[in-house]
Design a binder for this molecule. Structure first.
Ligand SMILES: Cc1cc2nc3c(=O)[nH]c(=O)nc-3n(C[C@H](O)[C@H](O)[C@H](O)COP(=O)(O)OP(=O)(O)OC[C@H]3O[C@@H](n4cnc5c(N)ncnc54)[C@H](O)[C@@H]3O)c2cc1C
Ligand code: SF4
Length: 331
């Protein structure tokens, strides 16, 4: 039994001040990831500051027509919210493809974004892992690498980010609101998570004590309404993505792509915004050939290992299928 303190924060400022003052204190959302890690010995905080009952539970329209999602909104409530379903279907579908109904009832928006990799070596404290213990090595490199990254990995870590919701949010150009000891700040959600580089122990750009307070979606448009998410996994439910694709497409009346937003999951240490593919698509006919060229452009930089080479054709085919679906939905 490893002792730790538990406090329920009265408000966001108090939560931030309490965690910031203690190097080993952490926020507790729904606990579905953090508590598992404590049981496994992967996380050993000396204090949990429970933020799950803070009044950050609203999903509300912003004056500009966007949507502000409080950090403690539960995944199931967000997926079922009428404005999310009507205006941002990629987000609703991403949420519903994650975990199980019971987990989604407990999981929070903030905690989902900050859940940690499912790399089996990260979760097994008997193996070397640079993310869990910097400088100890990476058991996945040369080991079991079937679920690991093909884009943006480093020599120190080849883990992938596991959140489905984050992939949907990146494709929808969301921003994240953060409160820290030095005040509030906002950043694009695509900048929240980082590539492993030489510091794989850092999943995000957040400093210790920074609390996610909300996520904000830009105003809905024809494009966000015609967005979708497809996840390929080993079982029909209750499994993490081998590869996933979130996409939104805007076509003109002649069937030419005016704009495209695409993000990939299961391929990198962060939700991967497919900007190269988007560039190829803009101005191109919405047709199979363009979709293949776009996918190839994005995946040209892929670096594969023995166990994960299948992810490149899988990502290519999934991207093409998703773009085809969106084009057909538009007709
Ligand atoms: C069996 C199983 C299957 C799963 N399958 C999937 C899946 O297919 N797809 C998927 O996306 N997820 C899946 N998950 C993961 C699940 O979605 C996450 O565990 C959950 O979203 C985490 O949210 P939480 O609120 O419980 O976070 P917690 O466990 O409470 O916290 C996670 C991390 O976030 C930090 N944190 C929490 N809230 C905040 C905040 N507001 N600001 C700053 N830091 C914060 C905590 O300190 C901790 O480090 C699965 C989980 C399990 C157990
Ligand atoms: S891939 Fe990353 S998380 Fe997995 S063992 Fe290597 S360093 Fe650890």
């Amino acid at each position: 039994m490893i002792p730790f303190e538990y406090r329920r924060a009265a408000d966001a400022r108090e939560a931030v001040a309490t965690v910031a003052a203690r190097p080993d204190a952490v926020f507790l959302g729904g606990g579905t990831n953090l508590v598992d890690h404590m049981k496994l010995g992967v996380a050993t905080p000396d204090m949990l500051v429970d933020v799950s009952r803070l009044p950050l539970t609203e999903v509300e329209e912003t004056p500009g027509g966007g949507l502000r999602i409080g950090a403690t909104v539960r995944n199931s409530d967000l997926a079922a919210h009428p404005l999310v379903r009507q205006r941002y279907p990629a987000l609703a579908r991403a949420l519903l493809s994650g975990a199980s109904g019971q987990l989604r009832n407990a999981a929070t928006t903030g905690g989902n974004l900050l859940q940690r990799t499912r790399c089996r070596y990260f979760q097994d404290v008997t193996t070397p892992c640079n993310k869990r213990e910097p400088g100890s090595g990476c058991a996945a490199i040369g080991g079991w690498d079937r679920h690991h990254a093909v884009l943006g990995a480093s020599e120190l870590c080849i883990a992938v980010h596991p959140s489905d919701m984050a992939v949907g949010l990146v494709a929808l150009d969301a921003t994240v609101h953060v409160l820290g000891p030095d005040g509030a700040r906002t950043l694009p959600l695509s900048d929240l998570h980082r590539l492993p580089g030489d510091a794989p122990e850092r999943d995000t750009v957040l400093a210790h004590g920074e609390l996610i307070t909300a996520v904000e979606l830009p105003p809905a448009s024809g494009m966000t309404r015609r967005s979708t998410y497809r996840k390929v996994r080993e079982r029909a439910s209750y499994a993490f993505a081998l590869v996933s694709v979130a996409a939104a497409l805007d076509l003109d009346d002649g069937g030419v792509v005016r704009d495209a937003r695409i993000a990939l999951g299961g391929v990198a240490h962060k939700p991967w915004r497919a900007e190269r593919a988007e560039d190829v698509l803009r101005g191109a006919p919405a047709a199979e050939e363009s979709f293949r060229l776009a996918a190839d452009a994005e995946l040209a930089a892929a670096e594969v290992r023995d166990g994960n080479a299948y992810k490149v054709p899988l990502a290519r085919n999934t991207m093409v299928a998703v773009l085809r679906d969106l084009t057909e939905a538009r007709r």
